[in-house]
Design a protein around this ligand. Structure first.
Ligand SMILES: NC(=O)c1ccc[n+]([C@@H]2O[C@H](COP(=O)([O-])OP(=O)(O)OC[C@H]3O[C@@H](n4cnc5c(N)ncnc54)[C@H](O)[C@@H]3O)[C@@H](O)[C@H]2O)c1
Length: 356
């Protein structure tokens, strides 16, 4: 391993969506980083593709192994740990046992290693608004905040709530960042079938506060030394990110030049509190005051997508109609006769183990 110039920040899940951006944000602050993730071929290739940097070191570890978590912390001697590694929806529904081993067990292994071998290090933990469970916007529930009760509706929310409890019980310094819907301007080849199915199951009119991944990364990079020990902070974008689920599909597809590619989904049932998705609008005032991370508005994010796609939007326009037809056929509600969405029922139909 490279000899770093001073005690580093250890970042888990460093090859993931938030992890890649967080490593960049920490290095932009001049902080040395030990980045870690599973040692898969794709992850090693990602690490190898980055420009040479003597203050960025990579270590491969599986956090479900207490020994590997311990070895990682001992070898990196971190000043802070940013814990992002997790198995998130919809992958967690397909492999609930693995997901729990990572989301809860991995967090326990890592916190124990930190308490034993780096007790001075601050533990900055990635949680999710999923801990608050289904949110029916017709109930006047107000904004999500750190004191909103934990009431998870699915296994992912339960894992994230259990992991928060593990973190909040450690005797060493901690801070929890509860994230809303993380968005990226990076244009990829499109969603896989599971992600498309899951997205299509969500109530069109459910509230969600999105946030650009670079703003999330700025929040994590600031949280390693800001005056926030012992706090739970709500990480969402500025007020332009207070959307309903349908806005995401229409915004992205329009920015890509593929208007109409995603057919409308179903609305949520105003009379059934259990069939809404686990997202809502958030009060980010304290988080923004302490971490100063909100820079990318929702319109700016879409503008960047549009700029990136450039002339290719004329080609993508051709993909819109067949994509629409496929999405109609593959809708989680096709042939069910339902008039309102039921995302948890849709999860159970596709991944029976997720609710057993
Ligand atoms: N993406 C979102 O919208 C969102 C929303 C709320 C909260 N979060 C939380 O933010 C964090 C980062 O999410 P993300 O979107 O970057 O997820 P991601 O799936 O892109 O990245 C997670 C990373 O964890 C790694 N990982 C999985 N199992 C591991 C193991 N056994 N040992 C070591 N590493 C392992 C994966 O290889 C992956 O690189 C997670 O804790 C997630 O729960 C994400």
């Amino acid at each position: 391993m490279t000899l770093l110039s001073e005690a580093p920040v250890l970042v888990t899940g460093a090859c993931g969506l938030v992890g890649r951006a967080t490593v960049t944000a920490l290095r932009a602050r001049g902080l040395p980083v030990v980045a870690t993730d599973l040692g898969s071929r794709a992850n090693r290739e990602h690490a190898a593709s980055l420009p040479a940097d003597r203050d960025l070191a990579w270590r491969w570890a599986d956090l479900t192994s207490p020994e590997q978590a311990r070895g990682l912390v001992k070898a990196s001697a971190p000043r802070a740990v940013v814990h992002l590694a997790a198995v998130i929806p919809p992958a967690c529904y397909a492999s609930p046992g693995v997901a729990e081993a990572v989301n809860v067990g991995g967090t326990r292994n890592l916190t124990e290693a930190v308490v034993d071998h780096a007790p001075q290090a601050r533990f900055v933990h990635a949680s999710s608004v999923a801990v608050h469970g289904s949110r029916n916007p017709h109930r006047g529930l107000g904004l999500l905040g750190p004191d909103t009760p934990l009431a998870p509706s699915d296994l992912y929310g339960r894992h994230k709530a259990a992991a928060e409890e593990v973190v909040r019980a450690i005797a060493t310094p901690w801070v929890v960042l509860r994230l809303g819907g993380v968005m990226t301007t990076e244009v990829s080849g499109g969603n896989d079938a599971d992600t498309s199915y899951f997205s299509a199951s969500l109530p069109d009119d459910g509230r969600i506060q999105t946030v650009d991944v670079r703003d999330v990364a700025r929040a994590f990079a600031a949280a390693v030394d800001a005056d926030v020990v012992g706090e739970i902070l709500m990480i969402g974008g500025d007020e332009s990110h207070r959307l309903v689920q349908r806005d995401i599909a229409t915004g992205y597809t329009a920015a890509l030049g593929m208007d109409g590619a995603v057919p409308p989904g179903l609305p949520g049932d105003p009379d059934d509190d259990t069939t809404w998705f686990a997202t809502d609008w958030m009060d980010t005032t304290r988080a923004q005051e302490a971490l100063g991370f909100q820079q990318v508005s929702w319109p700016r994010l879409l503008e960047e997508v549009r700029e990136q796609v450039g002339w290719k939007r004329y080609l993508l326009r051709l993909v819109g109609p067949p994509m629409h037809a496929l999405a109609v056929r593959r809708s989680p509600y096709a042939g069910t006769g339902r008039t309102h969405a039921d995302p948890w029922g849709a999860v159970e139909r596709r991944w029976p183990a997720a609710t057993s």
